[in-house]
Structure formats: C-alpha cells, structure tokens
Design a protein around this ligand. Structure first.
Ligand code: NAP
Length: 327
C-alpha cells in the first residue's frame, strides 16, 4: 500500500509517498481501506515537525479518513460498512488518513449518515466539523440573526470557508475577514455579505473597547486578532475561538467582559465525543447540508500530498482540499 511518510533528517523534514506493508500499521481493532482524506492546517504543522502535534517521526499524516471497513476485531463494525474517522489522534500521533489503509481503535469510526458520500464527508473533515461546532456553540449561547452580523476569520481557509458558506446559507449577515485581496470574488461566491480586509481590522485596537459592530464571531487566528474581535463585539456578543494561526497567546484586558457582557467560547473538536460527531455529521447531511461545498474544494491525489502539505504552513491556503486516496 502507499502512504505519505514524514521523516526527520537532522533539522530537515522530508515528506514523500512510500510503499508500506499492512504489518507496518499500528495494532488497533479496525482495519479501514481509505478512499478519501483531506488536508488540514494541523497536517501541515505535523509535516513541518511541530512536536506539539506529532512527537515522533517517521509518521503518516492525515487527520481525516473516509472509507470502508475491511475487518474489525471488536465486532462493532461489519466488513464493507462505510465509515469516517475525523479527529481523535488520527494523523497526530496515530498513523493517519494519507494512507491507503489505516488501523484505528473501534471507538473512533463513525458510520456515514444515510446519503452522505465519503468525498462530501472529507470536504467537511476536521475543518468543516469544527466550523459546525463553532456555530453550534454560538447558537447555544443565544446568537440570532436579528442581533447583527457574524464575522468569520481566516475566511478563505478550511474552517473559515465552510463557516462562511454555512452562516450565509442559514441567512446570517456574514462578514468574511480575510488577508487575501485577490479572493474577494471567491468569498462572495461562498455567500459572504461583506468582506473586511484583515490589515485594517486591527486599526484602533490599542483602545480598551472599539465600536461594537459584530454580534458574533468564529475565529481561527487567536492572538491580537481575537483580542480585537472581543473589543468589537456588541453587548452580550460571543466569539467561538478554535485556532492559533495568528498566535496561541492572548494578552487581554477584562473590559469587553465586564462592560459589554461578551463571551469567549472555546471549541475543541479533536476530542469531541462520538455522539457529538454523529450529531454534527447528521446536521451536515440534513438541515445544514452544503450542496455547493464539493464544488469549492480542490481535489488532489495521494502523490500530490507532500507538495501541498508543505506549502500550506504559511497560511496561503484558499480552500478545502480533498485527497482521493484509492478507488
Ligand atoms: N480547536 C479545534 O478543534 C480545531 C479544529 C480545526 C482547526 N483548528 C485550528 O484552526 C485554525 C485554522 O485551521 P484551517 O484548517 O482552517 O487552516 P487553513 O486552511 O490553513 O486556513 C487558515 C486561514 O487563516 C488565515 N490566516 C493566515 N495567516 C493569518 C494570520 N497571521 N492572522 C490571521 N489569519 C490568518 C488565512 O485566511 P485569509 O487569508 O482568508 O484570512 C488562511 O487561509 C488552525 O490554527 C487550526 O489548528 C482547530
């Protein structure tokens, strides 16, 4: 079988597709033939040798996988069942989905909802489910369209593009925050109502509070950008924070919380319980179905993963990437 392998040679990371044996796979219950996978920012971090993501190399990347069960020693799944594995430790410290076969614990696979294709599930993948969890948190917090616009940061990236499409499809006034001046047409096609350039967003952010012009936000960046969002939230507004593209640090005064009652909601999709994954996948198969999502994805082959994954680390990504792993 073929698999992407990341290895460390002195200080250099090497990423290539290699011929491997089934016996190289880790010793878990469920053997899955992978048909589709995807590429997420964390895959790029793993391939870049980030020890916070992957502790030891050589390693196979791929946070997401969709395919068919070949065998299951636990008896929970039958051969031929269509499943997805999204998150947990897949592709981090466990052999990931950029491989024609994976072996995972029986608690990780989730059956594909009726009518959902493996390709669509991977167009969503970790990024899409995270976008869904973010919106879900905001709705549970009480966000309603009439309160005002929702801002999505990193709008051209994986999480951001699905969030932009989902929020606009649900009828929210969706502001796409982006650093890419040449991608405004793409963001309009995703459904963005307004597009805000990232470089102007932080102007005036040295003040304790700013003009309150957003009711809710989904943020992938953290750092100063998240601090600015908190300062721009309306009374009782909330931001669902999931990423660290800008910075993992948060240097922040308490004023937005105690003067405007704003909330900072954390989203952690990797360890979400299986019931949450099943509920989120069912939503994306039903009331949150995104019929145009697959049209907005780039499709690549397993052989193309090393080049794409290496280039993604600089934040230049402009859409979801699905990987056709095998027939
Ligand atoms: N908490 C969780 O469970 C969870 C799950 C999935 C992902 N994440 C995290 O969410 C983040 C986004 O992941 P992704 O897969 O969507 O990544 P991605 O596809 O690489 O997209 C990231 C986007 O962020 C924007 N960006 C780049 N540099 C930036 C900067 N310095 N400041 C602000 N924005 C910048 C860019 O979009 P624009 O040019 O349009 O601004 C870029 O396309 C990552 O930090 C990832 O680790 C967390």
């Amino acid at each position: 079988m073929k698999a992407v392998r990341v290895s460390q040679q002195q200080d250099q990371m090497q990423v290539s597709v290699e011929s491997m044996q089934l016996s190289d796979l880790p010793d878990h219950e469920v053997l899955i033939k992978v048909h589709w996978s995807s590429i997420n920012y964390k895959d790029a971090m793993s391939a870049a040798g980030n020890k916070g993501i992957t502790r030891s190399f050589p390693h196979t990347t791929g946070l997401d996988a969709a395919g068919e069960v070949v065998e299951d020693a636990s008896g929970e799944f039958q051969p031929g069942e269509q499943v997805v594995v999204i998150g947990y430790d897949l592709g981090m410290n466990t052999w990931g989905g950029h491989s024609q076969y994976i072996r995972v614990p029986a608690s990780w696979p989730v059956r594909l909802p009726e009518g959902m294709s493996g390709r669509y599930a991977m167009a969503l993948g970790t990024a899409g489910l995270t976008a869904g969890y973010c919106l879900d948190k905001l709705l549970t917090h009480g966000y309603r369209a009439e309160q005002g616009p929702i801002l999505v940061s990193g709008a051209t990236g994986g999480v951001g593009s699905v969030a932009t499409m989902l929020c606009s499809q649900l009828g929210y006034h969706t502001i796409a925050l982006t650093g890419k001046a040449d991608q405004h047409d793409y963001l309009k096609q995703l459904g963005a109502s307004d597009i805000w350039p990232r470089e102007q967003f932080k102007e005036g952010s040295e003040r304790a509070l700013m003009k309150p012009d957003i009711a809710a936000a989904i943020d992938v960046a953290g750092g100063e950008q998240l601090v600015t969002i908190l300062k721009r939230l309306q009374f009782d507004g909330a931001v669902a924070a999931c990423g660290i593209i800008d910075s993992p640090e948060l240097h922040h005064m308490i004023f937005p919380f105690i003067l405007r009652g704003t909330s900072l909601l954390g989203v952690a999709s990797a360890d979400a319980p299986r019931s949450a994954r099943e509920r989120m996948l069912a939503k994306f198969a039903g009331q949150w179905a995104l019929p145009k999502l697959e049209d907005f994805c780039d499709q690549i082959t397993l052989d193309e993963v090393p080049e794409i994954i290496t280039n993604m680390i600089d934040g230049s990504n402009t859409r979801r990437i699905v990987v056709k792993v095998s027939e």
